[in-house]
Design a protein. Structure first.
Length: 288
């Protein structure tokens, strides 16, 4: 079996009007670009149209600059916001973490083995515990302690590191701190968080122990974009698993952590593959 050639990725959104699919696919055909994968969605509630295309140029002299120049006028007729992503683009990622290592370990493994097409350039933590793990992977690790009194100062240091490493995406891999409103605004649309999803909701300390005491029958996790509504940002991915009376609190924790790492991986993968579109407080996520 031949290995799949890495495609270019075209993504766009615009108001829902007649001709949205045609303007894109017609241009692709005229420009000699073979469409390898296409997804589109027309949201009747928001009145917005979303499209994602993977395509393979059939001419050796393909130029993204020429593509942009020729397509711009057509896109303008539809008030279309669009983006072209080069094959195998590896966005620079900063991972923020506290003491739990399961999500960090998973992301670094998938990064190292090529399952995630990302470039993890820096790890930032409010604790020193996971520095050796970062060193083993050859990734700079910054321990930035935080208290209520130093929160804004610490977040300023985090911002400086994000900019220093030209970060495109921030992943909160069980970073156990609430970001300030200004930090949430700064990271809008480019920071993903993971947390447990339990029904009913259990807030505060030892949520899985609270869940066990209530006899929950399922545990889960939610990955979402960060915003100023605590744990209520636009959802990208969720995972769930049933449990029963034979599962004790430590079993719920173990299952919950497994779901968290897989759910976070799925969310990051969808984001870097340009499969996620913000649609107000919701998301449009095209599967692979």
């Amino acid at each position: 079996m031949k290995a799949k050639i890495a495609p270019w990725i075209f993504t766009a959104s615009c108001p829902s009007i007649i001709g949205t699919v045609d303007v894109v696919t017609r241009y692709m055909a005229e420009a000699g670009n073979y469409i390898d994968e296409i997804h589109s969605f027309d949201d009747r509630e928001s009145g917005l149209f979303f499209i994602r295309i993977e395509f393979l140029p059939q001419h050796d002299d393909f130029s993204d600059a020429v593509f942009s120049e020729h397509f711009a006028d057509r896109a303008a007729e539809f008030d279309m916001e669009w983006q072209l992503t080069a094959p195998n683009h590896s966005p620079k990622v900063a991972i923020m973490v506290s003491k739990y290592d399961h999500c960090l370990n998973d992301l670094l493994y998938r990064f190292r083995t090529g399952q995630l097409n990302i470039d993890v350039t820096v790890i930032i933590s409010n604790h020193p515990d996971l520095e050796e793990l970062a060193k083993w992977h050859g990734i700079p690790y910054y321990h930035l302690p935080i208290t209520a009194e130093t929160k804004l100062e610490q977040e300023a240091q985090v911002r400086a590191l994000i900019e220093q490493y030209d970060t495109e995406l921030v992943v909160l891999a069980r970073y156990m701190q609430v970001l300030s409103p200004s930090m949430c605004e700064y990271l809008d649309g480019r920071a993903i968080n993971i947390h447990h999803s339990l029904l009913p909701g259990f807030k505060g300390a030892r949520p899985y122990h609270q869940a066990w005491e209530k006899g929950v029958k399922m545990v889960g996790a939610t990955a979402h974009y960060v915003n100023n509504d605590l744990d209520e940002g636009p959802i990208i991915s969720q995972g769930i698993q049933t449990v029963n009376h034979a599962h004790y609190a430590e079993d719920l924790i173990a299952k919950g952590q497994d779901i968290e790492r897989v759910t976070l991986f799925n969310a990051v993968k969808c984001h870097v593959e340009k499969r996620v579109f913000l649609n107000g407080k919701r998301t449009v996520v095209f599967g692979g």
